[in-house]
Design a binder for this molecule. Structure first.
Ligand SMILES: [Mg+2]
Length: 195
């Protein structure tokens, strides 16, 4: 399996950012099922700014207590050592994403955050990254942990692998493959380095 680039989701894929989505949604007076960004997009400018302030506060708190997911850094380092560029496609903000990557020592070439492209499940961010790397979207492996990642990957024609350390609560049909640990991903992508 030779991919020309790897794109990662951030939260739940490279780091566990511990964003308290339940209390964020409660503060926004949203149901637990609601899509936060979709909701904010429909608000008038002042209300939207207030909502973004609430979201930002929760994301910042999450970033500060974030933990690196086991094996994620080693996988990115293996990819870079193999000469394969790496990107992030996240619904998080650019500043929090970059802070998080720096904090945990991830060497990422391109970050497409909330400010840079329509949010997942829209595929635009993946297409943007493909263009940036000068590769076709089908030559990338997108690695995420949620239905929006899978939907964005399918819409972009990008093979999508799902990191599922516990059983998913969504339909994974269409995923290129799923994995439970980064060791499994590493064995699959870089089998020659299998110990
Ligand atoms: Mg995620």
């Amino acid at each position: 399996m030779n991919f020309r680039a790897f794109v990662f989701d951030l939260d739940g894929t490279l780091v566990d950012s511990r964003i308290d989505f339940d209390s964020m949604k409660a503060e926004l007076r949203l149901s637990q099922e609601a899509d936060v960004l979709e909701y904010v997009e429909r608000l008038e400018p002042i209300a939207s700014q207030k909502a973004f302030d609430i979201i930002y506060r929760h994301e910042l708190a999450g970033a500060k207590t974030s933990r690196r997911i086991q094996g994620a850094l080693e996988f990115v380092e293996s990819a870079k050592a193999a000469g394969t560029p790496c990107a992030i496609f996240t619904r998080n903000t650019r500043s929090i994403t970059c802070e998080c990557l720096r904090e945990h020592g991830f060497d990422i070439d391109v970050v497409v955050a909330r400010e840079d492209a329509p949010p997942k499940p829209k595929p635009d961010g993946l297409l943007k990254i493909a263009k940036n790397f000068g590769v076709h979207s089908s030559e990338i492996l997108f690695i995420g942990d949620y239905i929006y990642d899978l939907q964005a990957g399918l819409a972009a024609g990008t093979p999508t692998a799902l990191f599922l350390p516990s059983p998913p609560d969504f339909d994974v049909t269409g995923a290129h493959f799923t994995f439970e640990t980064y060791q499994q991903l590493k064995d699959r992508i870089f089998p020659e380095r299998k110990a």
